[in-house]
Ligand binder design. Sequence first.
Ligand SMILES: Cc1ncc(COP(=O)(O)O)c(C=O)c1O
Length: 486
Amino acid sequence: MHNTQSTDLLFEISKPGRRCHRLPACDVPTKTELLPKESLAEAPPALPEVAEIELIRHFNNLSQRNFSIDTNFYPLGSCTMKYNPKRHERLAAFSGLAGLHPLQDDDSCQGMLRLLYEMQEYLAEISGLPAVSLQPAAGAHGELTALFVAAAYFRDLKQSHRKKVLVPDSAHGTNPASAALAGFEAVTVKSNAQGLVDLEDLAAKLDDKVAVFMITNPNTLGLFESRIKTITEMLHAKGALVYLDGANMNAILGITRPGDFGADMQHYNVHKTFTGPHGGGGPGSGPIAVRDFLAPYLPAPVVARSADQSKYFLEFNRPKTIGRVRSFFGNVGILLRGYAYIRTLGPDGLKAVSEHAVLNANYLLALLKDAIDVPHGDRCMHEFVASAKLLRRTKKISAMDIGKRLLDHGYHAPTVYFPLVVPEALMMEPTETEGKETLDAFAAAFLKIIEEDASFLQKAPHTLPISRPDEVKAAKEPILRWLKAV
Ligand SMILES: Cc1ncc(COP(=O)(O)O)c(C=O)c1O
């Protein structure tokens, strides 16, 4: 994994006695006087001993190996890698917020409770679903929480025989996984030739054992489910609930609301839609919003306001709650960033976000669609999915080859091989925060790449320290500790 830069190998350049800092002699009782001998380590930990300049170079060099939205264009479909405004960082770091202890009493943190209460209100308004829990720590966690809520609701109705959760074949893998974890059986509903839910297949699978239909709208092909009203009516006619996977809210903010088109529950990915920095596994925030009749089952506590509106408090007294799903109040730091974003933009600004996200995706699609197959049409919402199937057949160039070669040009690869319904998928989401010049330059690089020689592309990337690791092995057997080279 390492290249030959000596600054990369902190342990290997270690020299006994080298230091960045020297501490003054200790003028308080030492640990040996205060702690029992058996609790003490016998020797100091084997840490590298280096000078300050070596340390600084090491970490600066490492930081430059990170790919980030602050350094380069990141069209990773479905992940909404949009710019994270820096003023959000300042807000989240205010000492009055970052320095609070989660066990403080309500009276001593009214400011924080007010922000969280208002965040609940904004998320309710944007979704058209009035009751919100901020606890879930990511989108997938929101899905799981909402399915627990649905299970509790059906238990109350004495309808625990509803064991099925329907999931379209284009759905994100977390949907069926959440269904299984919540104790349901996930049943796949097919997409039709247009990439939308096949209503005949839905009707065939919709019986009185169905608890929930999990639908993503716009779906993962970047298409708006235009029959969504019919779909939600079909589900409600059978007594089932509709769950909206809100990962793609970036396309519909202020334009339509899940509650208005018939969803009963949804999650948000605050880290995507409302610019929490993410990537590399976190941190996220996946609040859920639900209809009134599901509110009693939400995780406790929720943030409430006293009847005379003078005070905010954590409301624990919720007899039907499914219980806690997260320690304390969720990933508050990400919620605060989302709050700042919503307050900065206001209703008109949020609507403009989605309009520009859709415009940018359509612009990029128009630049690429004559050169690469886009199986589901000439128009899209905030993202689109191209297919390298024909390129693979005619020129032996795969989606992976294109993604890897884009890295050489300084672009993050699009999402590849997802959704599963598109062979050799390349899913691109430019987001609203990119300018025309960036999209033009990206398209030019893309068009150049697909004209390159297949044998050259198959070895890409050519300029990075790591080329094509065994991704399964890297995920299943990660080497997370420094190992001395032999
Ligand atoms: C469509 C969709 N649903 C759900 C999720 C899960 O969200 P999270 O990664 O926050 O758990 C994702 C994440 O990529 C997604 O794209």
